[in-house]
Design a protein around this ligand. Structure first.
Ligand code: KIV
Ligand code: ZN
Length: 508
């Protein structure tokens, strides 16, 4: 049996089902990119039949990331499977995740059906999904409370019908770790196609009784080779198994002959991104990513850690990408300090690129007293947009109560400088109207999100934008301590991505 554990992240599907924490397409793409950097193997991008927004997110995520498999959820219903296959059309590696409830509670009360009928529906759904030229994963919803003998029959029939991954969800978070482990062991021993590697078992545990991670580990120890997890353990009710907890257990327990592809140094960045985009704070004492997870406050512990960190620390904070806080980055910090911090954050910059980020760093440090890791990561990412055809030279805005909004903008287009001014119904509207006097192309602002990076009135605002032109959508990002400037930078980022129009005209 392989010793590699496959990480299947469902932050954007099960995780996103949390009321009030829904993400728009732009935010989902940002999370998907972060998940790709984190090294997850599979991204469950959504449930396409559920809404046009979910469908579109699966399409856009499929275009935006290329390493992970992109997975779409369906019920055991042909229309769902059709929608999933359509939404996955741009994915390099695609998976349809179809299934049905198998516990007696689900069969009786949800479907008013029988075990035999449910088994037939499961087989039909897997066969239909397999006909779509996608990898097929089958879930037996509420497997945690499903009779093992019946579950084994369903799993075996699903494998024969074409599924290569059998997901065993503890949907209600009911199982005890021993019980869940015994279920996985039973299936490993009684289902044809598991022992010979034709298919693998997956865990999908919920945390209603606080046992999601323990159950997931018990599943792994008994033969499961895929884990379904979310960043920060987000998910309906008490949430799903936390990705960071399982990844760090595998890293810390050298006694387990198991490995995975997670780059643990990206954990903190992923946790902060999901927390801020979902507006869902992480509990202070949350394992691995809580703000107290590495803070030693009692005298006895502090004394021990100062003598040797191994006395009270089983995890090196650097392994999860946590800032050490020993060097404070300000306008007086040098290039070396910036490079050091970037290396700590898992970003290696050299030469011209480092120089350019340092230049931006000094500009931002002039506006902000202290730069956080999020600021640094944002600058390193924003560097991609520096050598572009269109650049913002200056933006002057008049706005406020009792003032007619007005903007004056100067752009460099192909090293030539252009200036324009306009009134508008607000500072952003005036700025975009002025920009459109220089870039004369039909462009429609479709979606925009504004977000503060950390806190405080001197904070940097991040703007994500979606602009449509020539029937195509383009995504842009901008950041600045001035939110109107950040928005115009995001607009220009979209413009710099425009493709040439079909009549052969220049892109811009
Ligand atoms: O918890 C669950 O059973 C699920 C399935 C749809 C996989 O999320
Ligand atoms: Zn679930």
């Amino acid at each position: 049996m392989s010793d590699r554990i496959i990480f299947f992240d469902t932050t954007l599907r099960d995780g996103e089902q949390v009321p009030g924490c829904q993400l728009n397409t732009i935010e989902k793409i940002e999370v998907a990119r972060q998940l790709e950097q984190l090294g997850v193997d599979v991204i469950e991008a959504g449930f396409p039949v559920s809404s046009p927004g979910d469908f579109n997110s699966v399409v856009e995520i499929s275009k935006a990331v290329s390493n992970p498999i992109i997975c779409a959820l369906t019920r055991a219903v042909e229309a769902d499977i059709d929608a999933a296959a359509d939404a996955l059309q741009y994915a390099k590696l695609k998976r349809i995740h179809t299934g049905i409830g198998t516990s007696d509670e689900h069969i009786r009360y949800k479907f008013n059906s029988t075990r035999e009928e449910i088994l037939e529906r499961a087989v039909a759904a897997v066969k239909y999904a397999a006909s779509k030229r996608c990898e097929v994963e089958f879930y037996a919803e509420d497997a945690g409370r499903t009779d093992n003998e019946y579950l084994a029959r369903v799993a075996e029939a699903a494998i024969k019908a074409g599924a290569t991954i059998i997901n065993i969800p503890d949907t209600t978070g009911y199982c005890l770790p021993d019980e869940f482990g015994a279920k996985i062991k039973y299936l490993m021993e009684h289902v044809d196609g598991l022992a010979n590697g034709k298919a693998i078992l997956s865990t999908h545990c919920h945390n209603d009784l606080g046992m999601a991670t323990a159950n997931t580990m018990s599943g792994i120890l008994n033969g499961a080779r895929q884990v379904e997890v979310t960043i920060n353990g987000v998910g309906e009710r008490a949430g799903n198994t936390s990705l960071e907890e399982v990844a760090m257990i595998l890293k810390c327990h050298h006694d387990l002959p198991l490995e995975c592809g997670i780059n643990t140094r990206r954990i903190t960045a992923a946790s902060r991104l999901v927390s801020s985009l979902m507006s869902m704070p992480v509990q202070f004492n949350k394992a691995i990513v809580g703000r107290n997870a590495f803070a030693h406050s009692s005298g006895i512990h502090q004394d021990g850690v100062l003598k040797n960190t191994s006395t009270y620390e089983i995890i090196n904070p650097e392994d999860v990408g946590l800032e050490q806080g020993d060097i404070v980055l300000t306008a007086r910090s040098g290039r070396a300090a910036l490079k050091h911090r970037l290396t700590e954050l898992g970003v290696e910059l050299k030469g011209d690129k480092l120089d350019r980020v340092y230049e931006q760093f000094l500009k931002l440090a002039d506006k902000k007293r202290e730069l956080t890791n999020d600021d640094i990561l944002m600058l390193a990412g924003a560097d991609m947009a520096i050598n572009k055809k269109v650049r913002l030279e200056s933006l002057q805005v008049l706005a406020g109560k009792g003032v007619n909004p007005y903007a004056k903008i100067r752009l460099m287009v192909d090293k030539e400088s252009f200036e324009a001014e306009s009134a508008g119904n607000g500072p952003l509207d005036a700025s975009i109207k002025a920009l459109k006097k220089i870039i004369k192309r039909d462009m429609i602002l479709k979606e925009m999100t504004i977000q503060a990076i950390s806190k405080g009135s001197d904070d940097v605002g991040k703007v994500h934008m979606q602009v449509e032109t020539g029937g195509h959508l383009y995504y842009g990002f901008g950041s600045d301590t001035d939110i109107v400037t950040a928005s115009i930078e995001a607009y220009i980022d979209c413009i710099n991505k425009f493709r040439p129009e079909t009549d052969g005209k220049d892109a811009i």
